[in-house]
Write a new protein. Structure first.
Length: 219
């Protein structure tokens, strides 16, 4: 069965990650979707990485789809953590995804989008990718502070003007891409921090992979 590898990049997420996993793992199990879950500690330090490793070990006792934690020795940035996780994809993983560890995107929203990907309700095959976007469209709700709302819109406008990106929100922390594209393009993905999403979007376009924007609720 073709599976999705869902990576959660973590940097000092002791406070937020446990609660997120407590909702996400049961939702994955209940959905029956072919998902593998991989948490990646992004060089958070000895105590934090030990905490994450113990947390994931406990989760693995309950959920067969949870993989052993990947613990990076040095901080690479969110993009670096995502890519290191995707480097561990197996041949059965047709799709590679990541979602932020803070739980801003609920488990139900994650499952809703992944159902569209894995059950063929979208088209495009191996030349298709999916980006969660925080636009408030299609009945979704985006709850953020006024300052974050303004800065997000300004940044999105700058990206659109400078780079002509085909999506309204390049920075949302939920994306799904084809594994074959990632393996082909891996050497080109050198940005590992804040702007890695923009570079990823650029190379998806260069390789002819279409990008579908999927509105999601976000808090």
């Amino acid at each position: 069965m073709e599976r999705v590898l869902l990576v959660i990049p973590c940097f000092k997420e002791r406070r937020r990650l446990p609660g997120f996993l407590d909702t996400l793992c049961p939702a994955i199990e209940a959905s029956g979707l072919p998902i593998d879950l991989l948490a990646v500690d992004d060089g958070s330090g000895k105590e934090e990485s030990q905490f994450l490793n113990e947390l994931i070990t406990r989760q693995r006792e309950r959920w067969a789809f949870v993989r052993p934690a990947l613990l990076l020795e040095r901080n690479r940035g969110k993009g670096g953590a995502v890519y290191c996780g995707w480097d561990h994809a197996q041949d059965s993983n047709r799709w590679l995804a990541f979602v932020d560890a803070d739980g801003a995107i609920s488990a139900s929203e994650i499952i809703r989008v992944l159902k569209q990907v894995t059950r063929g309700t979208t088209s495009g095959g191996e030349q298709q990718s999916w980006f969660g976007v925080r636009t408030g469209a299609e009945g979704t709700k985006v709850d953020r502070t006024p300052l974050r709302k303004v800065t997000g819109r300004v940044f999105a406008l700058m990206v659109r003007i400078l780079f002509g990106m085909p999506v309204p929100d390049t920075q949302c922390g939920f994306k799904i891409v084809p594994r074959n594209w990632f393996r082909t393009c891996r050497k080109n993905l050198i940005e590992e921090r804040f702007c890695f999403d923009i570079e990823m979007t650029y190379w998806l376009q260069r390789h002819g992979v279409s990008i579908t924007s999927i509105p999601i609720s976000w808090k």
